[in-house]
Design a protein around this ligand. Structure first.
Ligand SMILES: [Mg+2]
Length: 345
């Protein structure tokens, strides 16, 4: 009898699975400049402009819950998260293709609402919808979007370029999307009871918007270019600051120190965390879905980057032997752990 091996995918996690599937992948084309392993692939054809490609798949019940996610918002977010990956390469998003799998539960009006959100996001960021596919599904809605973008070859920023003494920067604020999700989940539980009161979202508009309608930081890419700053490494924050910092450190062969008191957390996030008995710091480090940009710049650019609004200096890159750690407000060091969201568990 032949013995077959069975390994549960949950023992690998998402990144372990990706590593397994893509180990020893061969590139057969000179045009493949960067394959798997960054926010987007980089393809080289003629001239000095490179083509960037990224793709994302969203499954109902895994990535979104339609009991509290309006379809128009979902469409907007599905496009926005793809544009964010092109921004994370220091590129400009140009086109998307949109593929949908629909169950009978969805009417034309539902899908028009979803598409209206997608079109709104494309319009706002100057992106064209150029194709896609629609098919049926037995179990709900699946959305797969591929985004194409471009960047001059000498402007592309990978995850691997951070060097010791570089400054670690983050745009916007962190943890709000996760706090927003916790509020939506709580109201869903309340709402499902008999004679449930109307959900109370007053004073929580910002964090709900951060969860339901994130914006790709194309403005940061533009402003860094205007300021004459080229980040040495960059990625967007989809899984949480800790996880993304570890990616940059690993791929750059470096360590880092980030400081608790410098991590930007919005007032509304802190208030809601208090209400829900959550640590705002944990939300910022491990919450994810912020879609802010995490990047490193040479120490020589300190003044230039410090002058930019909505960008926070949170630490610096170190020699690899020092590891990646968070320095708490009382000066203690805690190793960073990738406790980011694992969709396969
Ligand atoms: Mg990314």
């Amino acid at each position: 009898m032949q013995e077959t091996q069975r390994t549960e995918i949950s023992t690998l996690g998402e990144f372990g699975l990706i590593d397994k599937l893509t180990e020893n992948l061969e590139n057969r084309n000179a045009s493949t400049r960067k394959a798997v392993g960054d926010d987007a692939a980089v393809l080289h054809y003629d001239g000095t402009t490179e083509l960037l490609v990224t793709t994302d798949m969203l499954m109902e019940g895994i990535h979104f819950d339609l009991t509290y996610t309006p379809l128009k918002h979902l469409g907007y977010k599905a496009v926005a998260v793809n544009l964010s990956d092109i921004c994370a390469m220091n590129g400009t998003p140009r086109q998307v293709t949109v593929s949908l799998a629909l169950s009978k539960r969805f009417s034309l009006e539902d899908i028009e609402a979803l598409y209206a959100g997608m079109r709104l996001c494309c319009e706002r960021y100057g992106v064209d919808i150029v194709g896609g596919d629609t098919t049926s599904s037995l179990t709900g809605l699946a959305i797969s979007i591929t985004c194409l973008g471009e960047a001059p070859a000498d402007r592309i920023v990978y995850r691997s370029g951070a060097r010791p003494t570089d400054l670690v920067c983050v745009s916007g604020d962190l943890g709000a999307a996760y706090a927003g999700l916790q509020i939506l989940e709580r109201e869903k539980r309340v709402f499902s009871g008999d004679g449930a009161p109307q959900p109370d979202f007053a004073g929580k508009e910002y964090i709900l918007e951060r969860q339901l309608k994130p914006e790709p930081r194309a403005d940061i890419v533009r402003r860094l270019a205007e300021a004459g700053i080229r980040p040495t490494a960059m990625m967007d924050i989809s899984d949480g600051l800790s996880s993304e910092l570890l990616h940059i450190c690993k791929q750059s062969g470096a360590g880092c120190r980030v400081y608790e008191e410098r991590i930007p957390i919005d007032y509304q996030t802190s208030l809601v965390c208090e209400e829900l008995n959550l640590s705002p710091l944990t939300c910022a480090l491990n919450g994810g879905e912020d879609y802010e940009l995490l990047f490193t710049v040479p120490l020589a650019d300190h003044e230039k980057v410090a002058a930019l609004q909505d960008i926070h200096l949170i630490g610096h890159i170190t020699e690899p032997s020092l590891g990646a750690a968070l320095v708490s407000t009382d000066g203690q060091e805690f190793p960073l752990k990738a406790q980011g969201w694992n969709p396969l568990l």
